[in-house]
Ligand binder design. Structure first.
Ligand SMILES: Cc1ncc(COP(=O)(O)O)c(C=O)c1O
Length: 425
């Protein structure tokens, strides 16, 4: 271990000289810049507005609407037979559970590293959370999954590929198969990702996606539920609120699948509008190009992070063809929390915003299981407790250039230097 690494727990009192301060790099772009809305999407949205047909269903729609067309394109993109376009990924998770027959009081397994809307969806349905531990790679701990499934008797797992860290899907699917546990994949951060050559989202019974502004496609709010199962798709279409115009769905199952449920299924009004779909549809054509840009920036930043003392990017499995729209790294276990906090502050003061999961309070888009106080399951997760307090997370905008990546790495290196020396720039 280097001298700098050994002294990391004890910040010194020295301050930067005025000259040193001036030389510090600063990142001046917006870190959280969303994906741009393509001109084609803007034109389609304007056309929809001119038509007044913003609501996706109607007795006389004048042909296929934007929501239906988006559903067909989305299903084809993710390699599923059905896509149901709705209002958010949180609601997609809710509808997915409903479609699988979850009722209040049922137990639902949920990876312990995810964002608040995921336990929120379980609360929404009135089910009981059973949190499953995570490894140092932010993927589900298979042994804990097996134990918790056995103890709780839960028959459903919501598997969040949080921040794009794809769980070992073949192993999870095999285990869940053996345990008789169905999987809903939360693909809010993995649209376009693959596991061992196969689209992430194609391993569970249902996959749920988000088009909230900071995801891989951007409509402000939006969610998509994808499945191969006719009965699940029909249920989700009815539940989302299709009235009796479900046949207008872009990937509608055959009429006979609706027969037993059409009059017996509540309408939760969770639809996507034609306007939102019009904004989204042309973005699907841009996705491959955006992924290439994200991944290029990711690799550059990752290489830079490896040169900075006291932090290590999270290694990825070679089968994980992820989308690098954010990057996560761990502070070394012996980095004192006040130095980690100083590093985060120093980086922010120079334009690079890091989300730190070790902070005492949930802030912004961080989310730690022990801070979801509405859960009845208050058991500690040993792996998560080891990893989350050291976890740092940074957005990567699709617009980042190689020069931007260099500046970001320089800001972080200087922030760590200043934090470990107790110097503020
Ligand atoms: C991992 C994860 N799952 C689900 C969601 C819910 O997505 P939405 O905001 O579309 O409801 C989010 C939102 O950020 C998320 O980060």
């Amino acid at each position: 271990m280097s001298e700098r690494r050994r002294s990391a727990g004890t910040p010194g009192p020295a301050a930067l000289s005025a000259d040193e301060r001036k030389e510090r790099a600063r990142f001046t772009k917006i870190m959280s810049e969303p994906v741009p809305i393509p001109e084609a999407a803007i034109e389609r949205a304007v056309t929809v507005m001119r038509s007044g047909r913003l609501f996706r269903y109607g007795e006389d729609t004048g042909g296929e609407g934007e929501a239906a067309s988006f559903e067909r394109a989305f299903a084809s993109l993710v390699g599923r037979r059905h896509a149901v376009a709705i209002n958010s990924c949180g609601c997609a998770l809710f509808l997915a559970m409903k479609a699988l027959g979850v009722t209040p009081g049922d137990k639902v397994l949920c990876s312990g590293f995810t964002l608040a809307p995921v336990p929120g969806a379980i609360s929404h349905i009135g089910a009981e959370h059973v949190l499953v531990d995570v490894t140092e790679r932010l993927t589900v701990d298979l042994q804990d999954l097996e134990e918790k499934a056995a103890q709780s008797g839960a028959k459903l797992l919501i598997l969040s590929h949080m921040r794009g860290h794809v769980h070992g899907l073949d192993a999870v699917a095999t285990l869940c198969d053996r345990l008789g546990v169905a999987i809903i994949e939360d693909c809010a951060h993995t649209l376009g990702a693959r596991w061992d050559g196969r689209p992430v989202g194609s391993f569970g019974a249902i996959a749920c996606y988000s088009s909230q502004t900071f995801k891989h496609i951007n409509s402000g709010e939006g969610g998509i539920l994808a499945t191969d199962d006719d009965a699940i798709a029909a249920k989700a279409i009815m539940l989302s609120g299709s009235y009796m115009m479900y046949a207008q769905n872009g990937t509608c199952p055959p009429e006979e699948v609706f027969a037993p449920i059409r009059d017996a299924t509540p309408n939760y009004s969770m639809r996507m509008s034609n306007l939102v779909a019009a904004i989204l549809r042309p973005q699907l054509d841009q996705l491959d190009g955006w992924i290439a840009r994200w991944n290029d920036a990711y690799r550059r930043i990752e290489a830079g992070l490896k040169t900075i003392p006291h932090i290590d990017p999270i290694p990825r499995d070679r089968r994980d063809a992820f989308v690098g729209s954010s990057i996560q790294f761990l502070a070394e276990p012996d980095l004192a929390p006040e130095i980690a906090a100083a590093f985060v502050d120093e980086a922010a003061a120079h334009g690079v915003y890091i989300k730190w999961f070790g902070a005492d309070r949930t802030a912004g888009f961080t989310s730690r299981y022990d801070q979801w106080r509405h859960l009845a399951d208050r058991r500690r997760l040993v792996g998560a407790d080891r990893v989350l307090p050291r976890l740092m997370d940074m957005r990567i905008a699709v617009s980042f250039t190689p020069e931007d990546c260099r500046t970001i790495v320089t800001v972080l290196a200087e922030a760590m230097d200043a934090a470990t020396k107790g110097q503020r720039g």
